[in-house]
Every structure is written in structure tokens, then in C-alpha cells.
Design a protein around this ligand. Sequence first.
Ligand code: F6R
Length: 610
Amino acid sequence: MCGIVGAVAERPIIEILIEGLKRLEYRGYDSAGVVVLDQQGNTSCTKREGKVGVLAKAVKEQSPQGTTGIAHTRWATHGVPSERNAHPHQSGNRFSVVHNGIIENHKELRKSLSVDGYTFISDTDTEVIVHLIHKLSAVYPDLRSAVFAANQQLVGAYGMAVVDSQSLGQLVVARSGSPLVIGYGLGEHFVASDQLALLPVTRRFAVLEEGDVAQITKESVSIIDASGEPVSRPIEESDITADAGGKAGYKHYMLKEIFEQPEAIRRTLQGRIVDGKVAEDAFGNGSLELFEAIKHVQIVACGTSYNAGMVARYWIEQYVGISCSVEIASEFRYRESFVHKDSLLVTLSQSGETADTLAALRLAKSLGYSASLTICNVETSSLVRESDLVYLMKAGPEIGVASTKAFTVQLAALLLLSKALCEAKAINQEFCTDAAEALNALPTHMEQAFSLEQSVKVLSEQFADKHHALFLGRGDLYPVAMEGALKLKEISYIHAEAYAAGELKHGPLALVDADMPVVVVAPSNDLLDKLKSNIEEVRARGSVMYVFADSDDQFEPGPGLDVVNMAHASHLIAPILFSIPLQFLSYYVALVKGTDVDQPRNLAKSVTVE
Ligand code: F6R
């Protein structure tokens, strides 16, 4: 999604802005731009379609000396990716704006601003903001007051940064629905939509609240809230290191993040299982008393996070013995859903800023849930700030657009949640003991699973010329098949679908032939015999099958049936362990196909618009 970086300093800031944009590239974008102002108010604006590297080259040739500036990576929503539609957008040779989010009433505003004589040169919704601020500056000469007044007329979600060549040495930023942080330096200040962008220049950040508008100079930061009252926001030291965004010698972030999983799980579980029991504050103070009374769990999430939720449904219903529903956030937020009595709303999100999941949480607050819990990877995110209970994942920054470590860490957290629910209700001691043991052993098992890398790499070559693939699983491995199919689609652009293996004969079997590879996740569990029958049904139709199996089950390979054996482990953590070869599979297929692994086409890391 779009990214914002801004700076105001004594020194030239162009390199800080470009480096910030590079650090936001992982979010997905299609064009980039920057504007800088020098101390005389001379404005230099450069925009390019494509990668930040192209912009950086253009800027290098011009070498602008400005000390105040804003920059942007755009992920097209209104208007095609092009230089014309790239941000910053400008009005009257004076105002420049960069914007994340969507202005929903842009058509009405465009009409009335056109009547007022403003000329639009782009197809974007953003351009109305800059003309509106320009118009309002006639009534509100102070830049922050003009931005605040403009906010009263904008409908939608935005984070924006504004500069004015007649308000030298200041930036104004506003947050409404799209995150922004202010970075504090020595005699210089910065702003960004993600603190990762600014880590080379500062580690001290304040997170703006919804409705805040801030005026930022090199000496000061002055914030007003949505009602126009002066406020201060706490400045906190980030514990993310500046090179957290680096590849550490790996070819891609995705591969690095696959290998980070055991450590991410260790960190996420550290201190949260004490003497075999879930720590009292693991899910937030008071969570255990609350869990005791919970009779239903409603999980809401998108994409990979939704797939993790689908696994949890099997666990919660089987081990806790209460009902659990899982819904895609974009559906949940727009329908009238039934709210069970004593129901816990659980949101799952890596970023904590996914617009649909956040909207679902906000809606749920008015629906009578007992409480909301978020399992989330970003401490400063909106979901964390707005939920009653928080389980902070400690996966570390996930940069690859295709989620890997966030998924397995979510699963570990959800298994722990199932255990916490059982403990609070004083039920199913056997599961509680087994889950503690399985979770403690999990990082080591994950490290063992990495030994499959080479065999999966070899196998992936057989996918390179394929256009479709099927993924099969049963029980809690069905959502793992869904996640495997999602990964393959995302980064190799091969059309992949997942089915519960028993469902194949109800239609999809018609698709199976030698050109349709079928991937099966087959751990050792009660459903294995059923799954074996399903495999034979598919095999009899001439397909080529790749089965990931538990070595204890001695799965026989044969014509049309490749078997990759996984070391035996508890069935409780099978969904987590079997995810690893599927991650390798999508990674190596993408490599063979030569696609952009970390920034697949059309996708964004943090989906902050609907
Ligand atoms: C897929 C992927 C997406 C995200 C989805 C939700 O690899 O990364 O499907 O899982 O956009 O994002 P979060 O978890 O940040 O809410």
C-alpha cells in the first residue's frame, strides 16, 4: 500500500526521504514521488512510474538541496499507475500533498473545486485535498488551520503530509484512518506511515491518534486532536533495530522470514508458558476470568490471517468444546451477523492496520461482544490500540509481501489461546499438558523441517510450466492447504485452489489430469486413512501428486506419487510444521518462474484501504 515519508531539518533531506521510501518498498506500490523546499521556498518536485530506484536516479541528477520535504510510494486506487497520478499532488505552485487512504467524497469535492476554478491534472482522489487546502488557506492563513478545516470536509480514510512554499520550514500531517508516526531527532523531525522508514535517522517515535493534526518544524512538534485541542502524544523508543529490514545475506526477505520462524516462535512464547500453564497476563490482564465465561469465539481476519483463524476453529471446537466461527473481515463488516451470548471477538492481523479487520473490530464494539482480543504483530498498530485484550506476536518485522512467519506465529498463539481457554474453564487437562509440550518442542521441530528445503526445491521445478494446482488437506490441515494455495498464487501467479480432500469428488475431480499437480498435506492423525482413499481417487485420474507425509506412516511413493517425509511430531503442531514445506514450494516455484518474490505484482503488504 501507499507509503509516506517526510522530514524537516537543517541539513538537506533528499537522501533521508529516498532511503525512507526504499524501506517502504516492501509494502507494494507502483509509482513514487518527492517534493523538497529549500530555505527560500524554491520547490523541486519529481515523480516517476515504477520503482523507487528510478525516482532516486532522477533525483540524483537534479540534486535538490531542500531542507523540508515529503515523499510517497503510491499503490493505485483511483487512476492508473502513472507519473501524472503519482504523489505529491500540487496546487497553485504552492501546496504539495502526499496521501495514504481513500477520499470517498472526492467526486463532489472535485465538482465544487472545479467550479471555483481549480484545474485537475490527475485522476486521483488525492488531488481534491491539495486544492481544498489551497482554497481554505484564503480563510485560514496558518497551514495547520487550513489542513484542520479541510479535514472537516473530507470523508474517507487518510494519512497525509502537506507542505506550503509560503509556510517555510514546516510540515503539517493529519491522521484519520491511516497510520502516521512522528520521528524525533536532534534539531530535526520526521514523519512516516511506518516507523521502519525512519529507523536510520531516529528510534524515538510518537504515534498520532485518529483525528490528530500536527505542525512539525525542526525545533518543535505541536499536535491538536480531532476537536482542535492541543494534545501531546507519548514519545517511545522503538526496540526494532535499523537493520531489521535487511536481508541478512538471504536472496529474498521471504526466505529470510521462513528461516526466522523458530526464533519468532521462541520469542512469542517466551514468558507466556510458566510451569506448563499459560501466564496469567499472556492475553492481557483479567483475560483468564473473562475466558472462563466465554461460550463462543468469533474470529475475524483477512487473507493468510483468516487461514490461521480457520485452523483455530478446529482446535477451539475440539479441545475447548465451545463453538467458534471464522469470517473474512470484509464480509463480516457489511452483514448483520448473529452475536452469540458470551462471545469473544478475536481479530488476527500481522500489520494491525488492515482496513477491513479494523472496521470489523469497530463494528463489533457496538454488537455486544463480551470483549475483543487481537493477536497482532505490531505494537503501535490501530488494532492493538483499540482492542480490549492483546496478544502481541513477536515475529519481528515481516517485509516479504507473502506472509510466512506471521502465519506460523499466529498458529502458535492460537494453540496457546485454546489452552488458555481450557485452563480458565478448568477442562481438558490432557490437551493442556500436550499443548505445552508440543509448543515447547515446536521451534526445534521447525528447524528439522528446514532440512526439506532441497527436496522441495527439486520438486518445485515440476511446477514451472503449470498453470493450475490443487492443494488438499483434511481437518485442521485443510486450512494449511488453503494457505499453501494462497502462497503459490501470490508469488508464482499459478492459479491454485485448496479443497478439503473429501470434497473433491463433488466437482473438482473433473479438473484433474496430468497437467494439474496436486499437493497433499498428510500428517499422522485420525483422518489419515480417509485421506489415503482420497489420494487414490485422484491418482486413478492420472494426476501427478506430491504428498507431504509423516515419516512414521511410511507412505509409499509410486508412479504419479512423490512423497516428501516430515519428521514425526505431535499432531497438535502439524498445521504449523506442514506449512514450512509449502512455503518453500511457493518460494522455489516463484524463483524458477522468475517472478518478484518479495513484491508480487498488484499486491501490498499492509492493506489499509477497503
Ligand atoms: C498473504 C498476505 C495477506 C495478509 C492479509 C491480512 O500472504 O500476507 O493475505 O495476510 O492482507 O493482513 P494482516 O495480517 O496484516 O491483517
